[in-house]
Design a protein around this ligand. Structure first.
Ligand SMILES: [Zn+2]
Length: 502
């Protein structure tokens, strides 16, 4: 009996001791767990944000609203996580959260493109008012594509183009067809595979409209007004310079785009004095280093003349088809000399890592360049040392969640790489990239998507919003005005929302 009991103790331990050990072990386990949880939180990008009591109240309310939304969509069997933006757009627009994000002050929109800003329905309505506006209504050929818009003087209309207004009057259904041709939709998560070809066709269809000077001014005025209405106080455009023209004067010098945009901004500022604009001179990754040399010279010339509006330089287009950032290293080496020659600096704002492939190493160049902000950076998470460097260098990644889904990089937005960046302390901001091409306006949709899919809280929202001014290319004295304005708007928003959501 005694031996048997001894064996039992050997096998299973003395019952009382075992119990005590378990309690002690459990409490250390729990203590470690809590410490670890705090350590994880302290590494996040928003760890420095302390919420006020009012912000904490709002945080609880938004948390409940998201919970309600998820429960309801679940009950209605709506596959929220496996739907495309286009499929859930009506659901977003009908949600209480959307109204909240529409009225939330958003600071700056740091990543947008010329030609991708203004609502396409407005583009058609405004374009048809010009009797000299035509549309190509034949099958695509080498020169023109079906649905391409352009201005022509009477008698000089190329074959295949018909007057836009006449066409729309004769065939009203064409308006819907043309709208569809100007918007890129991912109806189902697998409805097309040649994303960039379709994407670039949308730009081509309006590329001949925008350099027409009267239309140019109208287009940007409408775009700026919509952004202001959407609570965006500052805008930065990756701008592809083109010579503006009209039929009375012919072509204007490149800088006319800048002076015209400055005039439009002044007009907006009459009612919205805080509104500001910066242009990032943009060229294309598919050009060769020699052409980029010329592009850089032009960028420096323009920046020298307009140092307060031109903020830097970028190369755009599909990264899978273009040249690597590394292949332009000779160009980047000349930047210091060019800075001395022109007396201005030219920070880079390169699109880098808009890719899911580890063979695209564009992001690796960023840490060696004066490149304070990165467009997309989707594959940064696969380069841990670079991620650490970018974090330590305090560079910001401009994230555009909806664009990333529509162009096929992320399907289920819960798996967006930005979540990894945020939890690892890499600074980010929320952007819309080319909202008009994706069929929406403003920044509310992108914030909705980020909030719902990434399970953000008010602390994260606040940091993302304030990052968009803190990491903008506004100079120090401009920031000194922009930040207090944003602060006031933010506090006002929190106060009003807490009353409204009671
Ligand atoms: Zn972009």
């Amino acid at each position: 009996m005694k031996t048997r009991y001894f064996t039992y103790i050997l096998l299973f331990g003395f019952p009382l001791f075992g119990c005590q050990n378990r309690v002690a072990a459990q409490s250390t386990y729990q203590k470690d767990w809590t410490v670890l949880e705090r350590e994880n939180e302290s590494l996040a990008f928003d760890a420095d944000i302390k919420l006020s009591d009012a912000e904490m109240v709002l945080d609880k309310k938004l948390f409940q609203l998201r919970k309600k939304l998820l429960t309801e969509t679940n009950q209605q069997k709506i596959p929220l996580f496996n739907s495309s933006f286009n499929e859930i757009k009506p659901l977003i627009e009908g949600s209480e959260l959307f109204n909240i994000f529409q009225s939330m002050p958003k600071g700056g929109l740091l990543h947008s493109h010329s030609g991708g800003i203004t609502d396409v329905k407005w583009v058609i309505t405004a374009a048809r008012k010009y009797k000299e506006c035509y549309v190509y209504d034949q099958a695509d050929n080498d020169q023109f594509i079906f649905g391409q818009l352009a201005f022509f003087e009477g008698g000089k209309v190329p074959k295949g183009f018909v007057n836009l207004n006449e066409k729309l009057n004769a065939t009203p259904a064409f308006e819907k067809e043309l709208t569809e041709l100007l918007i890129l939709k991912r109806d189902q998560l697998c409805s097309y595979t040649d994303y960039w070809i379709e994407f670039e066709k949308r730009f081509k269809r309006i590329s001949l409209l925008l350099p027409y000077r009267p239309f140019f001014k109208e287009y940007y005025k409408k775009g700026f007004q919509d952004l202001v209405a959407n609570k965006v106080q500052h805008l930065e455009i990756r701008f592809i310079f083109d010579e503006l023209y009209d039929f009375q004067h012919g072509k204007y010098p490149l800088k006319t785009s800048i002076t015209d945009l400055q005039d439009v901004v002044k007009e907006i500022q009459k009612t919205q004095p805080q509104f500001s604009l910066k242009l990032i001179y943009s060229s294309f990754k598919f050009l060769d280093p020699k052409s980029i040399d010329q592009q850089l010279e032009t960028a420096f010339e323009l920046k020298k003349e307009f140092p307060n509006i031109i903020s830097g330089f970028d190369l755009v287009a599909d990264e899978a088809a273009g040249n690597s950032i590394n292949s332009f290293q000779e160009n980047w080496m000349k930047l210091d000399a060019l800075s001395k020659k022109y007396g201005v600096t030219m920070p880079l704002f390169l699109h880098a890592g808009e890719s899911n492939s580890v063979f695209n190493k564009n992001i690796v160049d960023i840490s060696s360049l004066n490149n304070p902000r990165i467009g997309h950076g989707l594959n940064l998470i696969y380069f841990p040392k670079t991620m650490e460097l970018i974090k330590n260098q305090n560079k910001l990644v401009e994230v555009s969640p909806i664009s990333n889904q529509i162009l096929g990089y992320v399907s289920d937005l819960r798996n967006h790489p930005a979540r990894v960046l945020l939890s690892n302390g890499v600074q980010c901001s929320i952007n819309s990239d080319d909202p008009s091409v994706y069929g929406y306006e403003g920044l509310g949709y992108d914030f909705w998507v980020a909030f719902v899919y990434w399970e953000l809280d008010v602390k994260a929202l606040k940091k993302l919003v304030f990052n968009s001014i803190n990491y903008s290319s506004l100079n120090e004295s401009e920031k000194k005005k922009a930040l207090p304005y944003l602060n006031n708007q933010w506090d006002d928003f929190v106060r009003k929302m807490n009353v409204k959501l009671n």
